[in-house]
Design a protein around this ligand. Sequence first.
Ligand SMILES: Cc1cc2nc3c(=O)[nH]c(=O)nc-3n(C[C@H](O)[C@H](O)[C@H](O)COP(=O)(O)OP(=O)(O)OC[C@H]3O[C@@H](n4cnc5c(N)ncnc54)[C@H](O)[C@@H]3O)c2cc1C
Length: 502
Amino acid sequence: MGKAETLRNVIVIGSGFSGLVSSLLLSRAGMNVTVVEKNVKVAPLLRNYDYQGFEFNNGFHYLGGYAAGGALHRMFGELGLRDRLNPVPINPDAFDVFQGICDDPIAVPVGAARVRAVLGKAFPGNEAVLADYCEELEKAFRDFDFLNLGEYFIRVDPALIDRSLADFLADRGASPALVEFLSVYTDMLLGVSAREVSFLTHLLGVGAYFLSAHTFEGGGGALADALEAQARENGVLLRTGWEATRIESDSGRRFVGLRLRAGDGREEFVPANACICTIHPKRLLALLQDGASFDLFAHRISGLQDTRAVCLFHLAVRRDAAQRIVSNYHLFHRNEFGGLQHRFTLLPDFTRPPGPAASETRMTALVTAWDNDRGDSCPGGKGPSCQEHAPAGPAGGENKEPAYLAGFRNRFVARLEEGFPDFREAYQIIGITAPCDLDRISATWNGSLYGLKCNSSRMRLTPRGPMKGLYLAGQSIIAPGIFGTLVSACMASRHVLRRRTA
Ligand SMILES: Cc1cc2nc3c(=O)[nH]c(=O)nc-3n(C[C@H](O)[C@H](O)[C@H](O)COP(=O)(O)OP(=O)(O)OC[C@H]3O[C@@H](n4cnc5c(N)ncnc54)[C@H](O)[C@@H]3O)c2cc1C
C-alpha cells in the first residue's frame, strides 16, 4: 500500500467504547469509517439495564482520572464528548469502602495526599513507601497524553512498565498488609494481583481513582448515547445487527474486507483498506480464513485469560435502609487460611441519591459467578438454557432463570443479608445481568469480566494484528476500563493514520 489516496475506508469490528472512539478518531481525520456491531444497539455493554423506565448500569459505574484539565478530561473534549456529558463526582471522602480487609473499614478518599494519609493510618509503618507511590502516581498522570502515547511510552521509565507493583512495593519495604490491600484493589479493577500487574498499568488503572472519581448523569447509557451521537455526526456508518463472520485477506496476507451476517441470515462482503478489531483476540482467531496466526499475534494471545465471570443483581432498596450507603462498598471475608475472598460489591446510584420524596433507591451488586482462569466455566455449559436466559423480573413474565442462576441468587442473598442486616425486608432483586448476558453484549466470552490479565510479562505496546492492515483495540489489548480501552483505541487509530501517510 503506502499510497495516501488508497487508504480511505476503514472498518471497525465492535461498537464498544474502544470501537466508537476509534471510529471517531479516524472519521475526524477524514477517513470513511464503518462500524459493525452484532447487537441491535451500539455499545451494548455500556447500555443500561432498563427496568420500568429506571436504568441500572451494567458495564460502567465510575471512572477515575476525569478531573478537570487532566488527560482523560482533555481527551473527552478532543473527541467532542465532553459537552454531551454531565460528570457527577462520587463521594470525595470515601468513593470506595473496603470492609473485611483490616479490622476497621478502609474508606478511600479522592486526592493523592488524602489517600496517602488514609492508607498510612490503615497500614502503619508505610509512610515512606506511600510517599514514593503518590509521587509516581502524580508524575504518571502529569505527563500522560492520549494523543502522544508513543512519546509517553518512550519517555516513561521502563522500570514502571517491566516491573510489577509488588516489586515496587517490596523494594521500598512495604508491609505485607499494604501489598495485600493494593493487590485486592488491582484484582478487582484489572483482574490481576500486585505480583502480576505492571506498576504503570496499576497507576493508570487503579491510581486514577485516587486522583478523582466520577460517574456521568445517566450512567453508562448516557456515555453510549454521547458516543453514538458524536459518531453519527462525524459521518461514521453504524451497522448494528451485523456480525463479522470472516476476515478476508489477499495472497500477500493483507486485509481486504469483512464478511458479515445479519440476524435474518443475509450475508454481505464489505471491502475496506484497514480494519480495527475490538473483540477478544481469541475470538478474532475464529474469524481468520485459515485460523493461522502470525508469530506476533501468537505471542499476543499466549497467556491471555478470560478472567472471572460476574453476575449483577439490580436492587430496589427502601430509603431508610439505603441511606447510609454513600460509597461503593466492597465486602471481603477472610477464610480459615487467612486468605481474602470477595463477597460482593454494592454500587449505589450516585446520580440519583435518595431524596426525601423517594420511598426507595436503586443499587447494583456485583458478585463473582465463576473463575474462567481456574477452568471453572458456565454451569449451564453455554447450552440453550444459558443463552436463552433473559434478565428475570416480575415484569418479564415467565421466569426463565436457569438453576445455576438461582444458586447465585441464593448465595448472594445470604451474603447481602449477613453483611447488611438492616436490608432484610427492605430490598427486592428486580433484575439480574447474568454472565451469559454479558457474554452476549461484550467482546469476551463466558461472561468474562475483562478478558485478559494485565500481566507485566505480556505487556505489548503494539496494536498490530495477525495480518497487514488489521489492528487490535479493546479491553484485551492494553487494559480494561475506560482508560485502558481509550489507550488501545488511540494506539490502533494512530497506526492506521500513520499507514495512510506512509
Ligand atoms: C460488569 C462490568 C462492570 C464494569 N464497570 C466498569 C466501570 O465502572 N468503569 C470502567 O472504566 N470500566 C468498567 N468495566 C469495564 C468496561 O466496561 C470495559 O473495559 C469496556 O467497556 C470494554 O470496551 P471494549 O470496546 O473493549 O469492548 P466491548 O464493549 O465488549 O465491545 C465489543 C463489541 O463487539 C461486539 N462484537 C463481538 N463480536 C462481534 C462480531 N463478530 N461482529 C460484530 N460485533 C461483535 C460486541 O457485541 C460488543 O459490543 C466494567 C465491565 C463489566 C463487565
